[in-house]
Design a protein around this ligand. Structure first.
Ligand code: PLP
Length: 407
């Protein structure tokens, strides 16, 4: 039975949807969502089985296609996003790959923003061409660049915003309009913004993909992904692609993610408040050069960020003066903030993109993206904000001693 609090849910606000949305109770009447660890389902008769397989009787057939716990997660995500339908996947990369690959065939063309998460860039730049799908990378902030890259056979435009690691913000509504004028779809990877702070579908995107591994889990426990959009798109080629290629989300992970959603808006709100304060702190620090935080007035895309996001996000990018050696020396002094290339976690995590996520790129390609040797990306967690600022102060303070020692 579906939870009465989630019926007619369009009128409910996000915090309520995150707790009750998509909830379905078994005949036991459990309070917490049930975990259905089952691969398949049994039927009372061959006739009932036939009807289920034909789609005449709605219900579950096999957990690669669907599972009650996974369905609760999908429904809660769809209600939060304002999407007609959603499909969960085992990882964020499975979500992005399915969203893009299910919409193209040999001879088609994809245009994507150059500043993409490394694996997403690999899918567009290296993987699609193997199957005869050409791709062009553009500067995501340059609307004329998007227009110029469109060809008659362009089927998909793809971007993430804010981007990794420099937190560039692209005009989703304008790029959706360019896609639609060309008869193409816009796919948005909304990982950095989270569904709390940005709604790409409402801005005109056709499909939105998440790595649920990040803020949606928020506890660093399990991998997951989800794709959302209009029913016709989700239940068309995309559903077939997922059913036949099989990147299904484990029911256990769906259950973890479902419970995590209950606290998503609280977590993101708090992490964002701390991130904004840390960005201001870093901007005044003598050992810090560039600071990037989407809602700060000095961010090059602050106007778009304020228009299309309801907050500046939970990540801050900044440049430690003195390049890689200085960035590494400061990181050695951190006690609370952990070194990890993950993000969206309750624990604050710091990474050095040039030697990790962007290592695969040539120095020229890194320079074109602004990924300098001193750049670090901080994913702000749920710790006390003063403790985090003290940790950063101690780490950056070590650079004073380093300078003195060098004199
Ligand atoms: C922007 C972005 N998209 C996609 C992914 C892929 O997600 P996953 O690791 O869950 O496959 C990640 C992170 O790893 C990411 O940061």
């Amino acid at each position: 039975m579906s939870d009465p609090a989630s019926r007619g849910s369009n009128s409910l606000r996000p915090a309520t949807l995150l707790v009750h949305g998509g909830g379905t109770r078994s005949p036991f009447g459990e309070t917490s969502e049930a975990l259905f660890l089952t691969q398949s389902y049994v039927f009372d008769s061959m006739e009932a089985c036939e009807a289920r397989f034909k789609g005449d009787d709605p219900g579950f057939v096999y957990s690669r296609y669907g599972n009650p716990t996974v369905a609760m997660f999908e429904e809660r995500m769809a209600l939060l996003e304002g999407a007609e339908a959603a499909r969960a996947t085992a990882t964020g990369m499975a979500a992005v790959t399915a969203a893009v690959m299910s919409q193209v065939k040999a001879g088609d063309h994809v245009v994507a923003a150059r500043a993409l998460f490394g694996a997403c860039r690999y899918i567009v730049e290296d993987h699609l061409p193997r199957y005869g799908v050409a791709s062009t990378l553009v500067d995501g902030a340059d609307l004329d660049g998007w227009r110029a890259a469109i060809r008659p056979e362009t089927r998909v435009l793809f971007l993430e915003s804010p981007t990794n690691p420099l937190l560039d913000v692209y005009d989703i509504a304008a790029i959706a309009a360019i896609a639609h004028e060309a008869g193409a779809l816009l796919v948005v990877d909304n990982v950095f913004a989270t569904p709390i702070l940005q709604k790409p579908l409402a801005l005109g995107a056709d499909l939105v993909a998440y790595s649920a591994t990040k803020h949606i889990d928020g506890g660093g426990r399990c991998l997951g992904g989800v794709i959302l959009g209009r029913r016709e798109l989700i239940e068309g080629d995309l559903q077939q692609f997922l059913r036949q290629t099989g990147p299904a989300l484990s029911p256990f992970n769906a259950w973890v993610l479902l419970k995590s959603l209950e606290t998503l808006s609280l977590r993101v709100g708090r992490q964002m408040q701390t991130a904004a304060r840390i960005a201001d702190y870093l901007a005044g620090h003598p050992h810090v050069g560039l600071v990037r935080y989407p809602w700060r007035a000095d961010h090059p895309h602050a106007e778009i960020a304020r228009r299309q996001m309801t907050g500046g996000g939970t990540l801050v990018a900044f440049e430690v003066e003195g390049g890689k050696a200085a960035a590494f020396a400061a990181a050695r002094e951190l006690r609370i903030i952990k070194i990890s290339s993950n993000l969206g976690d309750a624990k604050s995590l710091i990474t050095h993109p040039a030697t990790t996520t962007h290592q695969r790129l040539t120095p020229e390609a890194r320079a074109a993206l602004g990924v300098t040797e001193g750049l670090v990306r901080l994913s702000v967690g749920l710790e006390d904000e003063d403790d985090l600022i003290d940790d950063l102060a101690r780490a950056l303070g070590a650079l004073d001693r380093r300078e003195l020692a060098a004199e």
